[in-house]
Design a protein around this ligand. Structure first.
Ligand SMILES: [Zn+2]
Length: 247
């Protein structure tokens, strides 16, 4: 049974393999934000079904960014049900895999002696981390401001972790879905609480730090990150903590 937390009214967090998936609900219609690893498709479908809905009720899918641990169910549902995929205009080419801004196996070799790295690598490999996936017809957001999708999420450009990373603000409930622009835990991190991912995961560390400015100004007290538990904390305070830890 997939565990689904309702972190705010009609905003749900579900777990894939060490990664989060978010579902926004409006009546019977859903928006899926990120989709876990390829091996998490069943878990994501289970999360949707636990709400009494099916993938065909998903009106649109949003990517925070096109890393493999966020694209799994997005690719599967896009191919099976034709659900449209939207992402930041800059991230569209990454979703198509015109280029890849993602750490690969060799990047982790120098870290293998560190506690927890090998078990994590094996776990995510089983979940499909080494597969190559793409969304060839991902669409750029049509305009700035609230998207015409269930839950009316507002994209927040947070370029850095990847060149076109986007967070999403569900302003009427004070929720921010931060993706990998700010996380609250990771199997390769020793600390818990608001933080950036270990450097190996970021395409551009400096830009990732700078992008925190775009999160800090949001009116949000519920944080749903790409990795780690959801937190109740003003986003400006979380950004401050993440900044401190990145120094
Ligand atoms: Zn990522």
């Amino acid at each position: 049974m997939t565990v689904v937390d309702e972190v705010a009214p009609n905003v749900f967090r579900a777990s894939g393999t060490d990664v989060n998936v978010v579902i926004l609900r409006d009546g019977g219609d859903l928006t899926l934000i990120d989709g876990g690893y390829p091996g998490d498709v069943g878990a994501v479908e289970g999360a949707i079904r636990s709400l009494g809905r099916g993938p065909e009720d998903v009106q649109g899918m949003l990517l925070t960014h096109a890393h493999i641990d966020h694209m799994g169910a997005i690719v599967a549902f896009h191919e099976r049900y034709g659900i449209p995929v939207f992402t930041d205009p800059t991230e569209v080419a990454h979703a198509r895999r015109d280029y890849l801004e993602q750490a690969t196996g060799k990047d982790f070799v120098p870290m293998l002696y560190k506690h927890g790295v090998l078990p994590w690598l094996l776990r995510v490999a089983r979940a499909g981390a080494t597969r190559s996936l793409s969304v060839d017809d991902a669409q750029a957001f049509a305009a700035s401001g609230p998207l015409d999708l269930p839950g009316t999420p507002v994209p927040v450009a947070t370029h850095g972790h990847t060149s076109g990373h986007s967070a999403y603000h569900v302003s009427h409930h004070g929720v921010v879905i931060t993706g990998d622009a700010l996380v609250t835990a990771h199997p390769l991190s020793k600390v818990r609480g608001p933080q950036l991912l270990p450097k190996v995961f970021d395409h551009g560390k400096q830009d990732t730090v700078a992008a925190l400015d775009h999160l800090a100004v949001l009116d949000a007290e519920t944080i749903v990150p790409g990795h780690g538990p959801a937190m109740s904390m003003p986003i400006a305070e979380a950004v401050e903590q993440a900044r401190e830890r990145s120094r």
